[in-house]
Design a protein around this ligand. Structure first.
Ligand SMILES: N[C@@H](CCC(=O)N[C@@H](CS)C(=O)NCC(=O)O)C(=O)O
Length: 209
């Protein structure tokens, strides 16, 4: 299997950690993609032109959520996505929350990347940042504890990738909203395979990385 991604992509990182956790990383070759390049084959592989995409012999899978479900299926099911109904939908919701934070963070970055500086719309950036702040406050209220050792669910993988990505891009400091997540990150990073191998390049040090 070939994974199109970049070392910076938080969604690609979720898939990589999912592959480590399920023991499938050795069956995956990672091929870099430049989504900004008109000639990059990612646009044929995924009509949305987005990474990650998993290239199989007979088809291409996207997006990260679908790829993670596929890896879980290959590993026999129930590792990354719990089978028990309540735990399953809670893990899926937490993954959706992390993905939503990342979508908002990416839109803030794209505002700066795609629009000339004099055309930046600050109200749009604030609108996206407010989503991130509300989501981080809701995580603080839920006060999660990391207990799953080497087998995180997809919501936990999403959350770790999301908090590290906010540190990487420095758009806002999640510690202002959910400071207790530092301990959660310590517990996650100490137990989960692939955590350190998949860190974004040159991310600032933290006690857990
Ligand atoms: N919902 C998608 C989001 C993927 C995504 O936004 N990837 C970014 C890179 S981290 C991308 O490909 N951006 C290029 C674009 O939007 O054209 C997923 O979960 O995989």
């Amino acid at each position: 299997m070939k994974l199109r991604s970049t070392p910076m992509s938080p969604f690609g990182r979720m898939v990589k950690i999912a592959a480590y956790v399920t023991g499938l990383m050795d069956s995956i070759t990672v091929e870099q993609s430049n989504t900004m390049d008109d000639h990059d084959t990612i646009r044929q592989q995924n009509p949305l032109g987005k990474i990650p995409a998993l290239i199989l012999d007979d088809r291409v899978l996207y997006d990260s959520r679908v790829i993670i479900e596929y890896l879980d299926h290959l590993a026999g099911g129930g590792t990354l996505i719990p089978t028990e109904t309540e735990a399953r939908f809670d893990a899926l919701r937490r993954n959706a929350l992390a993905n939503g934070i990342l979508d908002a963070a990416l839109l803030v970055i794209y505002e700066a990347r795609f629009r000339p500086e004099d055309k930046h719309v600050e109200s749009f950036v604030d609108y996206q940042r407010d989503k991130i702040r509300r989501a981080l406050n809701s995580i603080a209220e839920a006060a999660p504890v990391y207990r799953n050792g080497a087998t995180p669910d997809l919501g936990e993988i999403g959350l770790a990738c999301c908090l590290d990505y906010l540190d990487f891009r420095k758009q806002l400091d999640w510690r202002d909203h959910c400071p207790d997540m530092a301990q959660w990150m310590m517990d996650f990073s100490a137990a989960v395979p692939g955590y350190k191998d998949t860190l974004p390049p040159e991310i600032d040090p933290a006690p857990w990385r």
